[in-house]
Design a protein around this ligand. Structure first.
Ligand code: ITT
Length: 190
């Protein structure tokens, strides 16, 4: 079964297809022209906006992921603005490390909110996944994307960017949210 995955982030698409491997579900990009404005004030609202836009454009059931990194000492920032925290990925990581310099509380968590929407815009299901950990003092590793080089998950002593794909997917916010969503999809007649 193919389901539209409402993203312009190719790394997310790659990860969801790895997580879904063996389930019989594969995720495909939305049609050209998919570029909704993320005007929501929560991860749930933004994931609905993206999924509804893709469902309307494709005429098919669509799934979206809105996610981000929430840092305790920064009152949850960059949070909803994780993708927009600075111009480039390097600058986003630099900004985060700078804002945390001299701060000993490095606790943080990744959050992923997924919404599955029907072609007529109805919410079919929502799931949320978390991944708790802490922020390092400097980037380490080349795997993954986004803030992976500065995030060490709980019970690990390496960053996500130093882990292989399978290990990341087993513990990630996206893996947790998607496995719940896959259970729903497989147990429902879409
Ligand atoms: P789409 O909206 O097109 O899906 P996006 O990258 O803009 O792509 P979001 O608005 O959901 O997606 O922002 C998520 C940002 O949070 C992402 O760009 C990363 O900076 C960060 N992020 C989310 N999941 C991550 C992960 O698994 N590893 C590292 N950083 C992650």
């Amino acid at each position: 079964m193919e389901i539209v995955f409402a993203t312009n982030n190719i790394n997310k698409l790659k990860e969801v297809n790895e997580i879904a491997e063996g389930s019989g579900i594969s995720f495909i990009l939305p049609p050209e022209g998919f570029n909704p404005e993320e005007t929501g004030s929560t991860f749930a609202e933004n994931s609905y906006i993206k999924a509804a836009a893709a469902a309307k454009l494709s005429g098919k059931v669509s799934l979206a992921d809105d996610s981000g990194l929430c840092v305790e000492a920064l009152n949850g920032a960059p949070g909803l603005y994780s993708a927009r925290y600075a111009e480039t990925r390097t600058l986003r990581i630099e900004r985060l490390l700078k804002e945390l310099s001299n701060i000993s509380n490095r606790n943080a968590q990744f959050i992923c909110c997924m919404t599955l929407v029907s072609p007529d815009g109805q919410v079919l299901n929502r799931t949320t996944g978390f991944c708790k950990g802490h922020i390092t003092n400097a980037p380490h590793g080349n795997n993954g994307f986004g803030y992976d080089p500065v995030f060490v998950p709980e019970n690990y002593n390496i960053t996500i960017a130093e882990m292989n794909e399978t290990d990341k997917n087993n513990i990630s916010h996206r893996g947790n949210a998607l496995r719940q969503m896959i259970n729903y999809i497989l147990n429902t007649n879409l």
